[in-house]
Design a binder for this molecule. Sequence first.
Ligand SMILES: [Mn+2]
Length: 347
Amino acid sequence: MLHSAQISMLQEELKTAKNPLFIYDSDADGLCSFLLLYRVHREGKGIRVTNTSKMDEQFVRKVQEINPDKIFVLDIPTLDQQFVDAVKVPIFWIDHHQPQQIKNVHYFNPRLKDAAAYVPTTRMAYQVSQDQDDLWIAAAGCLADWHMPDFIDSFIEKFPELLPEKTDLATALYKHQVGKLVKLFFFLQKGSSPEVHKSISILTKIKSPQEILQQQSSPGKFLYKRFEKVNAKYEEVLAQAKKNISKSKIILFTYNSTQWSFTTNVANELSALYPKKVVIIAREKSGSMKCSLRAQFAIAGALEKALVGIEGYGGGHPNACGAVIKQEDWSRFLDNFKEELKHGHSN
Ligand SMILES: [Mn+2]
């Protein structure tokens, strides 16, 4: 969490900005952080970043064309020093990933003080915005990043139809209506750029979640229809993934698509619905299997051991890892991994 001096500083910087630029991550936490801060003064512009390696010279030129007097960077794990030096305006970077060493930025990251802190960027943005009317955006952004916010009681009181009672994260996300709201902040960012931009621009003006979910206004209806269209594709992918559920400890889903990428959401949902299994979502790319592994228990150790003697690499958080494995070693890797998971449980 931000402390009070940081909150006041960010509030003041936001207030005195004439043309702020918000650069944010293209997931629900990133989008909700942007919406919360943008909606305070409704000034400036936002840019979604889908890949930090694309923050290159061309990106610098794009930023210079916008000519911001301040830049707020939200939920972006890494920044390039060259980018920081090139744009030459004050940068306020609010993030919660592994702390980075970058000079000449105002860096707000709770993990600088406490390596184990887990505070979604949305939670910090809400500390700055403090707008009760945006409670629904704040709650959705936190839940989307797998974090039960400390203000959930107020959310339950205000929106009992979305979440009637206190529950664990998986129940809130996959058994209650609030889960639909969370998916909406992910899925409205899928698809063609003009459609995504239009959706986000509408989101900056929406007053309540019911406006969308109950289709109470025509902008709300537009968003809901778009969400439904994307969600139908998601449900298809999820249903296909569910076909791979067997007695095995692993749910393996090999997924090929260039246009729609639902891997994070599918992995999260399967892992919540099947808490005793390891979910592996894999995609073939230039001779390698790129995969994301999820479980409700620690798997990083088993992954590390399973990679011994395998051409590939992997790692990440205890319960959520990524790995890239040469196709010819793929089935051997899976056997190793299953074996390691067994040992983990007999120990
Ligand atoms: Mn985040």
